[in-house]
Design a protein around this ligand. Structure first.
Ligand code: NAD
Length: 354
């Protein structure tokens, strides 16, 4: 029976890399009924919202989506569709593997990391107060009256909630993930020395949970020190467990350690739904030029195939990507080659059907 999957091409380079991924999945001979749903800039122009209800309805029906990147205007404009999707569907865990790949030159060898990022809370919860707004003025007055804290009149404010409930489920998820994938240890990154009541909850809750998961190694590090170790000796790291903002930043760092954003896949998982998407964004600087590296999107599709129970097809796609990288003649410009997005998907599809 065909798997039903919502395909959100996204914007910028999204449609280019999504088409490539779809082509490769089809060449892997997995029967998928795609429900293509536009979101992002195109939907905003036509329907007045970047995330129309039909997109969420489609994912609620299919339970699984493959998603290209979607642009979020900086500072103004619509709220991030990516963040909204994760919150609406309660996709609380982002899983982002970064592994040294054959044929890809990078500063370090033998890197094999997985970033597990809490996806729904923290500074990305979307609780924002615009500088000079009446809501912020009320908040400033309340805070001064009740606590004596004074927020500068010309400040903008973002609130950082981190709950025990939200932390407990991501910590359990991380330990389960480590156990299932035979990982050595979980390293938690935090800044509980400074943000005692938000990162403090993250750290204390994780320390309690770690007691119940003693079969997996556990350590905690301040996130700045963790960043130093990642740049210095990333081979000593394994599963990284991070609150939302640090997870976002360190997953790009981890991608940079192993060949860049063009190669870094990701999954957003909740109890009910799963949305697979690359770590990279819509790359407006190269959009429409046909030179985006589709491998991050294709490896995200491979993660999706495994999730759908198509382990063999997922593994075949991953092996085929490794063969293409090792062979080295069909690489996009980010990897030093001159191939186009389509050249890469053509080559992968050829290998897969051979
Ligand atoms: P980006 O990831 O789009 O680009 C950063 C750099 O990496 C650029 O130089 C780009 O050309 C390069 N790059 C990214 N993907 C590539 C690929 N597949 N092949 C070759 N080169 C690639 O990050 P950005 O420029 O900070 O963000 C652009 C937009 O994307 C923003 O609006 C941002 O909010 C959005 N964004 C969306 C997602 C998502 O949809 N999940 C994630 C991150 C950023």
């Amino acid at each position: 029976m065909a798997h039903r999957v919502t395909l959100i091409p996204g914007d910028g380079i999204g449609p280019e890399v999504s088409e490539a991924a779809r082509r490769v999945v089809e060449a892997a001979c997995v029967d998928i009924e795609w429900d293509v749903q536009d979101a992002g800039e195109g939907a905003m122009d036509l329907e007045g919202t970047p995330l129309p209800d039909r997109v969420l309805e489609s994912i609620r029906a299919s339970r699984t989506a493959l998603k290209g990147p979607i642009t979020t205007p900086v500072g103004t404009g619509f709220r991030s569709v990516n963040v909204a999707l994760r919150q609406e569907l309660d996709l609380f865990a982002a899983v982002r593997p970064s592994r040294s790949l054959p044929g890809v030159p990078s500063r370090h060898e033998g890197v094999d990391l997985v970033v597990i990022r809490e996806n729904t809370e923290d500074l990305y919860r979307g609780i924002e107060f615009e500088r000079g707004s009446p809501e912020l003025e009320r908040l400033r007055r309340e805070l001064v009256e009740r606590t004596g804290y004074l927020i500068a009149e010309d400040a903008g404010v973002t609130i950082k909630p981190i709950s025990v409930t939200g932390t407990r489920r991501i910590v359990r998820f991380a330990f389960d993930f480590a156990r299932r994938h035979r990982r050595r240890k979980v390293t938690l990154g935090h800044k509980a020395n400074i943000m005692k009541f938000s990162d403090g909850v993250f750290l204390r809750t994780a320390l309690e949970e770690a007691e119940a998961h003693r079969d997996v190694g556990f350590e905690e590090l301040q996130v700045d020190e963790l960043a130093m170790w990642l740049a210095w000796e990333p081979q000593t790291m394994d599963v990284l467990l991070l609150p939302n903002l640090y997870g976002d930043i360190l997953s790009d760092l981890a991608a940079g350690l192993t060949g860049g954003l063009g190669l870094a896949p990701g999954a957003n998982l909740g109890w009910e739904y799963a949305v697979f998407e690359p770590v990279h964004g819509s790359a407006p600087d190269i959009a429409g030029k046909g030179v985006a590296n589709p491998i991050a999107m294709i490896l995200s599709a491979a993660l999706m195939l495994r999730h759908l129970g198509e382990e063999g097809a997922g593994a075949r796609v991953e092996r085929t990507v490794e063969a293409l990288l090792t062979e080295g003649s069909t690489l996009t410009p980010d990897l030093g080659g001159s191939a186009t997005t389509q050249d890469v998907s053509d080559a992968l599809a050829r290998y897969l059907v051979a």
